[in-house]
Design a protein around this ligand. Sequence first.
Ligand code: NOJ
Length: 741
Amino acid sequence: MNRFKLLPLYCLIAAFSVADGQQLTVAQKVDALMKKMTLAEKIGQLNQVNGDWAATGPITTDVGDKLEQIRKGQIGSVLNITGVAHTRAFQDAAMQSRLKIPLLFGQDVIHGYSITFPIPLGEAASWDIAAIERSARIAGTEAAAGGVHWTFAPMVDIARDPRWGRVMEGAGEDPYLGSQIARARVKGFQGNGFGSLDAIMACAKHYAAYGAAIGGRDYNSVDMSLHTLWEFYLPPFKAAAEAGAATFMNSFNSLNGTPASASSYLQRDILKGKWGFKGFVVSDWNSIGEMVQQGYAKDNDQAAEFAIKAGNDMDMESRSYINNLEKLVAAGKVPVKLIGEAVRRILTKKFEMGLFDDPYRYSNADREKSVLNKPEFIAAARDMARKSIVLLKNQGQVLPLSKNLNRIALIGPLVKAKKEMKGFWSLDIGDEGKIVSLYEGMQQAAGKTQLLYAKGCDITDTSRTGFDEAFKTAMQADEVVMAMGERPDMTGEAKSRANIHLPGVQEELIQKIMATGKPVVVLLMSGRPMVFNWTADHVPAILYTWWLGNEAGNAIADVLYGNYNPSGKLPITFPRTEGQIPIYYNHYNTGRPPQNDSDVNYTSAYIDLPNSPKFAFGYGLSYTAFKYSNLKLSGKSLQSNGAIIVSFDLTNTGKYAGEEVAQLYLRQLISQPVRPVKELKDFQKIMLQPGETKTLTFTIDKEKLSFYNDQLQWGTQPGEFNLMIGSASDDIRLQDGFELL
Ligand code: NOJ
């Protein structure tokens, strides 16, 4: 009997990968397959369409029958599709196509799949690289069990503008911290590599400079010097490429007049050339088509030509490739070789993912059931959430709460919120009932303390009718905890705000409750830095809690009661008001720097506002206190291939065990071009028991001293450096200097 008769159809595909009993390399398998493909089938592989669930962008064309298009080999990948049953149904259609090339299923798994973790900006506040990697690992494991091959994450865009709604998706403003986190997230998603069934492909996005959209308005153009691009915006992308990210997504913005999807400089010269990236580049949603509105291409036909020539391999949702590439090749406008190169990159990933061995390998119903929502994943989500919280203020040690209080009043529009805790870019997969609200978390933790509740007001609505009841409720309590913030859909894609103040009448409600004279703790929930000056100046205790995901309520209660001592540090600067934006710590010096916040005598300052931010990059308190002492440098000078070992003592001088993030900043005093006033170059997160001292060391070497010169070459320049070690970018505790010879 023909042995193939007993095998499912897709195994026939696997059969061509074995010649004379010999295992072919992936490259040979791709070659063999490509020889069988028509040009139309090749172009089909470059075409990615939305599934028939949620759309994460505008559907621009009449899409027709997608399953039929898959059967005809016109679609290579589908996005916005999850779940074993659903992915199987689509893969079935691919298995009916002539060459049975499996589909790739992509999904925005941004901060968790079934179990939602804190938003990426929140996780970044943990400065805990191992925990961030674990979070991505769990998201990848769950997503892979749910049929997903590929996440459109991590977003590694540097963001200096909190008006931009997408700050929530990244790691904040710093290239060093951003690069560490980019690496961790890529490694987390891709796990042990694509042989493993729990690994999904990562996608570093949005390449490039999307975070610098002018005015913080989403999709806006970007105008930036190449020096700034290389110095601040590209490093996390480079780190993601080095960590082996399987894919990159380009961006909606034009960069210095060229749409990113049409940028050969970004995609061919830098990414595939200089960095040797072997994966493939997907466009953003219709970013190829949008070249027409941007005034770069006269129609989708020309947009397709520009994109493929620039090295954009896969077209997400614009259909410019499927509709135009064949005729562009026939007209001699697009070399057929370029199509081959793009297909090769995509097929390579499909082979590496094992999809030709078994196109359904990610779509196993038993695995889906057994892997999702494991208790250890939930415990990790709680831990990540606690680590992400930043203590902004704790005057008079209002926190942690005593376990002996008679009554606590919980007040505010977000006290009982549940699904809101997931924040933007979360999936409707897990059980909503399992999300822990603040109220529920406090019920678990409060013991004998009675919890009182009043909503007080809405998030954006300006009605004050609930104020009196909230006041009365607060009056009955020993302490008040207020849960305030934005709606989760006020950050995310297309969620830019010109006004980033705490919305509605919430700050008025805080004033009203403060008038009770009770000790008040304010929790601020948001996906961006907000402006809340009155609160910051008057309320004794403030925790910034972002959107913390499924375990939000438990994690916040852990921190409120001191079962977890807060250790988060801001990964992005908090402005005093919108007029300071863009504001970031690693700026260049001017010729007229003010001596202090009130020095406006012909200095580079505002006459109506200090230059300093409300809360600086790297800032965050603990229930305990840390002393930095005994700074030692192994030398006061080094050659460019040498090193200086820096050591210092860190002591926990308070009553609680706690973690500190000790931060190392450098400044090269004189160089051409100039260097920032301070640059984070290293950090360590250390746990210390009360009274304990540990000696920490950092190594200063060439890598930490190098920068891009005005020819964009990476290297060092001799000169003097300031070395600063501290608890925040504006709280430097130890300083010294050294010279690079
Ligand atoms: C547009 C967003 O910019 C991108 O980040 C996302 O991955 C795609 N839509 C797909 O949802």
